[in-house]
Design a protein around this ligand. Structure first.
Ligand SMILES: Cc1cc2nc3c(=O)[nH]c(=O)nc-3n(C[C@H](O)[C@H](O)[C@H](O)COP(=O)(O)OP(=O)(O)OC[C@H]3O[C@@H](n4cnc5c(N)ncnc54)[C@H](O)[C@@H]3O)c2cc1C
Length: 323
């Protein structure tokens, strides 16, 4: 049997979990095994139909007050115990922050290796994996051989696909967790106070890096003039305390896919570029013609961003619209 961790909220299965079920189902079919899922929370039963439509036969539900809030080590313990009790051939989780953290703990408890960011599996004597490294800039082929193969699926790299299956059967799974497993747990959720268009949904993204020298006022004005635009930043600008982490684009920040991305005063480090590789066009504004971003951009203006950004905003104003 192949056991898949499924994340959900308000009765809805998370998109990356549905993608993960598609890869897990492929693994199960290649191995001639059934596909089961494990989900946490008193409301997990509400997803039985949705996961059933993605090939899950049985949904194991962990409904335990101590695990009502996310607790990585305890969740990992529960997944590991479930895998051991059911004698699973593989444990697969979505490559989200929580999916990866939970599975790393589960793998440690099972005393096996975990492979992260997998995009395809060929099942033979070993699992032949294709997986992403360094934010997707390197594709690795590797083998995983263990009694239980533990892996996460890279987000947004595999398409979710439905079957004609009905609702999954539901079973309760009661893990045995102790206080030690609950040392780290979710204490509080703070809503982000960032307003405007979310970075991931914006049609135009203007962002600033260390080259702004901390002055984002012209970039903010430009964003205000363009419909469906959002402001982003490099990690250097976040580290300087100029922008909140929510604005960061890159390997350890947001992944964006706008029609046009306008990085201003950003050098184009690989960790930044993996966050904007989905952009259709890149217009770089940078004083250094040798900056890496110039090679990667579709268009470039070699000039001071503090002059170019207001000039673009003025031109938009003069034209009376910004379509
Ligand atoms: C594990 C890891 C994860 C990381 N994750 C991320 C990530 O998610 N996102 C990210 O962005 N970085 C990330 N980084 C950091 C990354 O490696 C770079 O250090 C960072 O992106 C650099 O930011 P920057 O381009 O703003 O600054 P710099 O590299 O200092 O570049 C500043 C640029 O501004 C230009 N400039 C200066 N003045 C002006 C001006 N007046 N007008 C126009 N141009 C000007 C300069 O020519 C230069 O090209 C990560 C690093 C590591 C090790």
């Amino acid at each position: 049997m192949v056991l898949t961790l499924v994340e959900h909220e308000d009765g809805e299965v998370d998109d990356v979990s549905l993608q993960t079920l598609a890869l897990a189902r492929d693994v199960a079919e290649q191995s001639g095994e059934s596909l089961d899922a494990i989900a946490f929370g008193s409301d997990a039963e509400a997803i039985a139909e949705a996961v059933g439509a993605h090939g899950v036969e049985t949904l194991q539900i962990v409904d335990d007050d101590a695990l009502a809030d996310y607790a990585p080590e305890a969740y990992g313990r529960a997944v590991a115990q479930c895998a051991e009790e059911l004698g699973t051939e593989a444990v697969i989780a979505p490559g989200t922050d929580r999916g990866a953290e939970t599975l790393a703990h589960a793998a440690a408890k099972l005393d096996v290796t975990m492979a992260a960011e997998v995009t395809a599996v060929e099942v033979g004597d070993a699992y032949e994996l294709t997986r992403q490294r360094w934010g997707g800039t390197l594709i690795e082929h590797s083998k995983l051989t263990a009694d239980t193969n533990v892996l996460t699926v890279a987000a947004n790299e595999v398409s979710a696909s439905e079957t004609d299956g009905g609702a999954a059967a539901v079973e309760a799974f009661a893990p045995d967790v102790d206080d030690g497993d609950l040392r780290v747990r979710l204490a509080e959720v703070e809503e982000s106070d960032v307003e405007g268009v979310p970075l991931g949904e914006a049609r135009v993204v203007v962002s600033g890096g260390r080259g702004t020298d901390g002055d984002f006022s012209e970039l903010e004005e430009l964003v205000e003039r363009v419909p469906n635009a959002a402001l982003g930043s490099s990690r250097a600008a976040v580290n300087e305390g100029w922008r909140p982490h929510d604005d960061q684009i890159g390997q350890t920040g947001a992944k964006i896919a706008p029609e046009i991305y306008i990085p201003c005063g950003i050098s184009g480090a690989v960790q930044h570029m993996v966050g904007c590789k989905g952009a259709e066009n890149i217009l770089a504004i940078n004083t250094d013609p040798e900056a890496a971003i110039i090679q990667k951009a579709d268009y470039a203006v070699i000039a001071d961003l503090h002059e170019v950004a207001p000039a673009i905003a003025e031109e938009l104003e003069a034209r009376g619209h910004a379509e």
